[in-house]
Ligand binder design. Structure first.
Ligand code: PEP
Ligand code: MN
Length: 337
């Protein structure tokens, strides 16, 4: 971290600030120029808040040299993280394919879709039991009954299950019942929830917030990891931009960007990113081409009558065709499906 002092700052003020920084556990190396003084801070600067420094009236500028996330940082963990969930992996050579309906609707619906996607090549089943809906009048999910149905679908297919948690009071039951706990875009900065999830050992699928920067997203991963749970998978699901043709704008550049900074696996959700079923295939192809570690795709047997997100759900047949298209793309970037 580098702190540039304002021109003409009295030495006594520089000494005062330096002493306060030393008290916070960093070494301070001043560089004295003809006009300005620059303080180079060395050591663990993660606990030094920029805004505290900027509040000092003698400080002109604060610059970071290293990222504020440590556990998620590739610098301290150069090997890519590979999660193993009952034998199904996320982060290795083989791409993770998470598929299933937006929400769990019935045993027949979920188990039927689970059998189909499994036969076509999915290695995880998704399905929302607790749904974060924009309208309080929209279907909110089958909740605990939905978790039971997910467990039934897992028993029938062997697919590990991925489902969204909304509240910290459900962590115990999710820990027992679920294989990967999803944190939805709307909860990416629910810090109490993240902190509590840090106390578990369950893999967490952390979706990028609707308007979150890459750094904010990695800082949310850091919340979970700082609590002791390093089993985090990031999920790019599109961000809000001025464009409104698509539901969100898929930030494909986030994948190589995150991979340059972090060892955590990143999967892409082309369903929520586009909000249109007919765009899912092309963006899934693009995601694999830019180096995503997997995909999470909404698949429904009867999208026209789905209780949630039918407009962006593909049918099992299209899902199968998509996986066939992805195989050569995966091979071209050194991955397998
Ligand atoms: C979902 O996966 O069904 C979902 C609600 O996603 P997001 O949090 O990305 O909107
Ligand atoms: Mn959905």
């Amino acid at each position: 971290m580098v702190v540039t002092m304002k021109q003409g700052t009295p030495q006594s003020e520089i000494d005062k600030l330096s002493a306060a920084l030393v008290a916070r556990g960093v070494e301070v190396s001043p560089i004295v120029g003809t006009d300005v003084v620059i303080l180079g801070l060395v050591g663990d600067t993660s606990k030094i808040d920029d805004t505290w420094l900027e509040a000092n009236r003698n400080v002109a500028r604060v610059q970071h040299i290293s990222e504020p996330f440590k556990k998620a940082n590739k610098k301290f963990h150069p090997e890519p993280t590979i999660l193993d969930i009952n034998g199904a992996r996320i982060g290795g050579e083989r791409l993770a394919v998470i598929a299933g309906p937006c929400s769990v609707e019935s045993e027949e619906q979920l188990c039927g879709i689970a059998q189909e996607v499994k036969a076509l090549g999915a290695n995880f089943l998704r399905g929302g039991a607790f749904k974060p809906r924009t309208s309080p009048y929209a279907f909110q999910g089958l909740k605990y009954d939905g978790l039971e149905l997910l467990m039934e679908a897992r028993a029938q297919t062997g697919l590990p299950i991925v489902t969204e948690i909304m509240a910290p009071h459900d962590i115990e039951i999710f820990e027992q019942d679920v294989d990967i706990i999803q944190v939805g875009a709307r909860n990416m900065q629910n810090f109490d929830l993240l902190r509590e999830l840090g106390r578990t050992k369950k893999p967490i699928l952390l979706k990028r917030g609707l308007s979150a920067t890459i750094e904010e997203w990695l800082m949310s991963a850091e919340y979970i990891m700082a609590g002791g749970n390093e089993n985090v998978v990031l999920c790019e699901r599109g961000i809000r931009t001025f464009e409104n043709f698509t539901r969100n704008t898929l930030d494909l550049s986030a994948i190589p960007a995150v991979k340059s900074m972090s060892h955590l696996p990143v999967v892409v959700d082309p369903s929520h990113a586009t909000g249109k079923w007919w765009m899912v295939e092309s963006l899934a192809r693009a995601a694999v081409a830019v180096g995503a570690d997997g995909l999470i795709i909404e698949v429904h047997n009867d999208p026209a009558n789905a209780l949630c997100d039918g407009q962006q759900s593909i049918k099992p047949k299209v899902f199968g065709e998509l996986l066939d298209q992805l195989r050569p793309i995966a091979a071209a970037v050194g991955r397998k499906l």
